[in-house]
Ligand binder design. Structure first.
Ligand SMILES: Nc1ncnc2c1ncn2[C@@H]1O[C@H](COP(=O)(O)OP(=O)(O)OP(=O)(O)O)[C@@H](O)[C@H]1O
Length: 626
C-alpha cells in the first residue's frame, strides 16, 4: 500500500454511495428531503462539524492568547513575561502547530474528498432509483432532459449546501457565542452592540428566508426547463433539419433562456439587496465599536490589548457574516431546487408490486382479458369492457383503425398501466398478483419503433438475456438475418462488427436493420408470450419474406398477440380481432373475415385495391390495414 493509499483510502471509503440501500424519499417537503439525506451521512457530517468547530476553538483561543501576550508584554516587559508564561506560550505554539494543520487537513479532506465526491454520487443514485420506479405514464408528461437535469441540480445543490451548513453553521454559532463571551469579558459596552447586531441579522434572515426559497425554486425550474428543451431538441435533430426549423427552434430556445435569465436576475436582486443591508449593519457596528473602543481607551475602561482583541474579533465577525449570509442564500437555493425536483423524486409510483406478489411462471401461455375497461386520464374509455381469450400457442392479430386501442391493449398486458375494471390473466393468474419483472420477462416485444441504446450492437442483442454467451448472441443475430450487416459495421471509434456502437437510439442503423436487431434480441429472450407491433413494417419485401419465415419459427409454440397492419402478417395469424373504439367489432379467421362484409373486409379491400386473393396465406402486396 502506498503512502497516498494509507492516508486517503480511509477517507475515500467512508461513504460508499452505491452500497447505500434505497430508501424512498419523504414527500412532506424540501426540508424533510434535506433531513433524509443528512441522516444518510450523519456520521461523516458530525465529524465535519466537529473538526470545523475545533478549528474555530483553536482560532478563538489564539485570539485570546494574543490579547494576553500584548497586555502582559506591555505591562511586565517582554523578557519577564516570556520567562513566567512559557507554558501558555508552548500551549499556543502547539495550537498553531500541529493542532491547526491537522484540524485543517481533516476538515478539508472530509469536505472535498469524502463528502464532496461521495455525497452527490449517492444522491444521484438514490434519485435515479426513485425515478426508475416511476410509472411509464410519468415519463410521458416530462422532458427526459428535464428529469436528468433536476436530478443533477439536486445532487449538486444538496451536497454543497449540506456540507457548507455542517461546516459553517456550528462554527459560526461557536464564533458568535465565543466572540460575545470574549467581548463581555473585555467590556460589556463592547458586547452590547454586537448582541444587537446579531439580533438584527437574525431578524433579516427570518424575513428573507421564504423569499429566497421561492425565488430559488423558480430559478431551478427555469434552469431544468432549458436543459429539457435543449435535450428534446437535440434528440429530434433529424426531424428539425427535415423541416429546416433550426431558426424557429433557436428562437424558441432563446425565449426559454431569456426567461431563465430574467428569473435569475429577480433572484439575484433579492440576494444583493440583503447583502447591502448586511453591509450597512456591518459599517454601523464598526463605527459604534470604534467609538466605544476609543472612548474606553481615553476613559480607561479598556486596555490596549483588549482594544486590539476587540478589533480582531470584530473584523472576523463582520467577514464571517457574509460567508454566513451567502451560505444561507445557498441553503434556500438548495431548498428551492429540491422543491422543484420533488415531483420527480417523491411522487409515489402507482403501479407497484404487491408485497406478496409471486413470480410468474408461464406453463401453457393462455391470455385472458376479462371485461377490461381502461381510460388514460379519467375520461373517455380507450378500452371498453373488452373480453378476449387467447389460447395457449394461438396467434391473434389485432386490427383496427388508428386510435382503436391496439397499442393500449398490449400496454395493459405488459402492465404499463393498471386497468380500471376487469382483470387480465395469464395462465389463470391475475397479472396484478405477480411481480412486474417476472411478467415482463415472460413477454417478448418487437415494437414498431425499435428502441436501441447507444451501446454496441452485441450489447443491444444481449439485452434480451444478459447472461447469454457470445455464441448465443451470434446465433440469434444469424436467425434474425442481422449477421449480414453486423459483420460490416464500424463506428467512429474504430469498433467493428458486434462491438460497433449503434448511435443514439440506433440512429446509425436503417429501420430494417434496427428491426432485425430487435428480433434477434427477442429470439434470445425466448419468452413464451410474444407481442409483435407490426414487426416487419420497416423491411423491404425481400427481407420481409426472409424474416417472416424466421418469425414463423420464433412464434412456434408461443402465444402471440400481433398488432397487424401488413397483410402478410395478418395472413400468418390464427385469428383476427378487429378493434373499434376499445371494443371488439369482429373476430374470426382472416379468410372468414374477408368473406364477411364488415370493417375488416373494407380495410382489406382498400389495401388490396379490391383484390381478394383466393389463397389468403399467400404473401400479399400491400401495407397497413389502417
Ligand atoms: N400515453 C397516452 N396518454 C393518453 N392518451 C393516450 C396515450 N396513448 C394513447 N392514447 C390515446 O388512446 C387512444 C388509443 O390509442 P392506441 O395507441 O392504443 O391506438 P392504436 O389502435 O394502437 O392506434 P395506431 O394504430 O394509430 O397505433 C387514442 O385516442 C390515443 O390518443
Amino acid at each position: 500500500m502506498s503512502i497516498s493509499d494509507a492516508i486517503y483510502r480511509p477517507f475515500e471509503t467512508l461513504i460508499r454511495p452505491l452500497d447505500i440501500p434505497y430508501r424512498p424519499l419523504p414527500s412532506k417537503g424540501p426540508v424533510a428531503v434535506l433531513v433524509h439525506f443528512i441522516s444518510m451521512f450523519r456520521g461523516v457530517l458530525i465529524s465535519l462539524a466537529l473538526s470545523s468547530m475545533a478549528m474555530e476553538a483553536i482560532n478563538l483561543t489564539i485570539v485570546w492568547g494574543l490579547s494576553v501576550i500584548v497586555d502582559g508584554v506591555s505591562q511586565k516587559g517582554a523578557s519577564a513575561f516570556l520567562h513566567r508564561e512559557w507554558p501558555l506560550l508552548t500551549f499556543l505554539g502547539l495550537l498553531i502547530f500541529p493542532a491547526m494543520p491537522i484540524a485543517s487537513f481533516l476538515l478539508n479532506t472530509l469536505n472535498s474528498h469524502t463528502l464532496g465526491i461521495g455525497m452527490p454520487a449517492a444522491i444521484q443514485w438514490q434519485g435515479h432509483k426513485a425515478v426508475e420506479r416511476q410509472d411509464l405514464a410519468f415519463f410521458h408528461d416530462l422532458y427526459a432532459g428535464q428529469v436528468a437535469s433536476r436530478l443533477q441540480q439536486v445532487s449538486s445543490a444538496v451536497q454543497q449546501q449540506i456540507i457548507a451548513a455542517f461546516q459553517s453553521i456550528p462554527r459560526f454559532l461557536l464564533q458568535l457565542v465565543g466572540s460575545v463571551v470574549l467581548l463581555s469579558s473585555l467590556s460589556w459596552q463592547l458586547a452590547l452592540p454586537v448582541v444587537i447586531w446579531i439580533a438584527l441579522n437574525v431578524a433579516l434572515t427570518i424575513k428573507m428566508a421564504p423569499i429566497f426559497a421561492e425565488r430559488s425554486r423558480r430559478t431551478a425550474k427555469q434552469r431544468s426547463l432549458v436543459a429539457g428543451a435543449i435535450t428534446d431538441l437535440y434528440t429530434n435533430m433529424q426531424m428539425i433539419k427535415q423541416f429546416a426549423a433550426e431558426d424557429s427552434e433557436a428562437g424558441a430556445i432563446s425565449r426559454i433562456i431569456r426567461k431563465a435569465i430574467h428569473t435569475q436576475h429577480g433572484e439575484q436582486r433579492i440576494y444583493r439587496t440583503s447583502e447591502l443591508i448586511v453591509v450597512v449593519l456591518n459599517t454601523t457596528l464598526w463605527l459604534v465599536m470604534l467609538a466605544i473602543g476609543f472612548s474606553g481607551l481615553v476613559n480607561g475602561f479598556l486596555t490596549v490589548g483588549e482594544f486590539v482583541g476587540a478589533v480582531y474579533i470584530l473584523q472576523r465577525l463582520s467577514t464571517q457574516i457574509f460567508t454566513f449570509l451567502q451560505m444561507g442564500q445557498q441553503i434556500f437555493q438548495a431548498i428551492g431546487t429540491i422543491k422543484d425536483a420533488m415531483p420527480v423524486m417523491t411522487t409515489p409510483p402507482t403501479i407497484i408490486d404487491r408485497p406478496d406478489a409471486a413470480s410468474l411462471t408461464v406453463n401453457s401461455g393462455e391470455i385472458r382479458f376479462q371485461d377490461v375497461s381502461f381510460a388514460y386520464k379519467s375520461g373517455k374509455p380507450v378500452i371498453d369492457n373488452l373480453s378476449l381469450t387467447v389460447r395457449p400457442g394461438e396467434k391473434v392479430g389485432l386490427v383496427g383503425l388508428s386510435g382503436a386501442g391496439k397499442t393500449t391493449l398490449v400496454s395493459l398486458l405488459l402492465r404499463f398501466y393498471d386497468i380500471g375494471d376487469g382483470a387480465i390473466l395469464i395462465d389463470g393468474l391475475d397479472i396484478r398478483t405477480v411481480t412486474q419483472a417476472s411478467l415482463r420477462r415472460n413477454i417478448g416485444v418487437i415494437a414498431q419503433d425499435v428502441a436501441l441504446l447507444h451501446r454496441s450492437v452485441g450489447d443491444n442483442i444481449r439485452y434480451g438475456r444478459p447472461e447469454a454467451t457470445k455464441d448465443e448472441i451470434e446465433h440469434a443475430a444469424k436467425t434474425a438475418r442481422a449477421d449480414v450487416f453486423i459483420t460490416d459495421l464500424a463506428d467512429g471509434e474504430g469498433r467493428k462488427g458486434y462491438d460497433a456502437f449503434v448511435g443514439d437510439r440506433g440512429i446509425k442503423l436503417s429501420g430494417g436493420q434496427r428491426q432485425r436487431v430487435a428480433i434477434a434480441r427477442v429470439l434470445l429472450k425466448d419468452a413464451p408470450i410474444l407481442v409483435l407491433d407490426e414487426a416487419t413494417s420497416a423491411l423491404d419485401s425481400e427481407s420481409e419474406a426472409a424474416i417472416q419465415e424466421k418469425l414463423n419459427l420464433v412464434m412456434e409454440g408461443k402465444t402471440v398477440i400481433a398488432i397487424a397492419h401488413r397483410l402478410s402478417t395478418i395472413a400468418m395469424m390464427d385469428r383476427i380481432v378487429v378493434l373499434d373504439q376499445g371494443r371488439i367489432l369482429e373476430e374470426g379467421r382472416p379468410d372468414e373475415l374477408v368473406e364477411r362484409d364488415g370493417l375488416f373486409a373494407r380495410l382489406w379491400k382498400r389495401q388490396t385495391g379490391g383484390f381478394i386473393p383466393e389463397e389468403i396465406n399467400e404473401p400479399l402486396p400491400a401495407s397497413p390495414a389502417t
